[in-house]
Design a protein around this ligand. Structure first.
Ligand code: ZN
Ligand code: ZN
Length: 165
């Protein structure tokens, strides 16, 4: 039997299948993930590009550059807006599948990491992952983010520094 998993968007028009186990899977608390998902954190389950098969539906794209200067492409359902796939310069040749879009049992994969803890929501508890990082490998902000994207502002709240001003 093939080791495959199906998933799709909220409206059901986009359907996909991934084959095999992910190369990595992470929970990410960065501002980009919080905004694209409209939620406390993102869950990205990575596969080699050839392990993803789009079966139906139409995707729209949004491209941007992170504060590290890297390209990031989001693909989302053109009808309902569910974010499904992410293509990050940091992981060339891989696609990040939005973890919440798999059919039940949705969270069949194991996490390998938890990243950008500096902007983790205060109400999110301990997450079981072997590797944890405040930000990211060799993280270095090259530019200044506008206020709504600045994850370091959440770090200030965690330290209580926001109460001083
Ligand atoms: Zn949809
Ligand atoms: Zn993220």
């Amino acid at each position: 039997m093939l080791d495959n998993h199906d998933g799709g968007c909220l409206c059901g028009k986009v359907r996909y299948t991934v084959y095999g186990q992910p190369v990595r899977a992470g929970v990410c608390h960065c501002r980009y993930c919080q905004l694209r998902a409209g939620s406390a954190f993102g869950t990205l389950v990575y596969f080699s590009l050839e392990k993803l098969q789009l079966r139906s539906g139409k995707l729209s794209e949004y491209h941007f550059r992170t504060e590290m200067g890297r390209t990031w492409k989001n693909e989302f359902c053109s009808t309902c807006g569910t974010t499904l796939f992410m293509y990050l310069e940091a992981w060339p040749g891989d696609v990040g599948v939005a973890g919440g879009t798999f059919d039940p049992p949705t969270f069949w994969f194991k996490l390998s990491g938890e990243v950008f803890k500096r902007s983790k929501a205060h109400f999110v508890g301990d997450i079981e992952a072997p590797r944890k990082m405040e930000t990211w490998f060799n993280y270095e902000a090259r530019g200044t983010e506008s206020c709504h994207l600045d994850g370091s502002r959440n770090a200030l709240i965690e330290l209580g520094a926001d109460k001083e001003s």
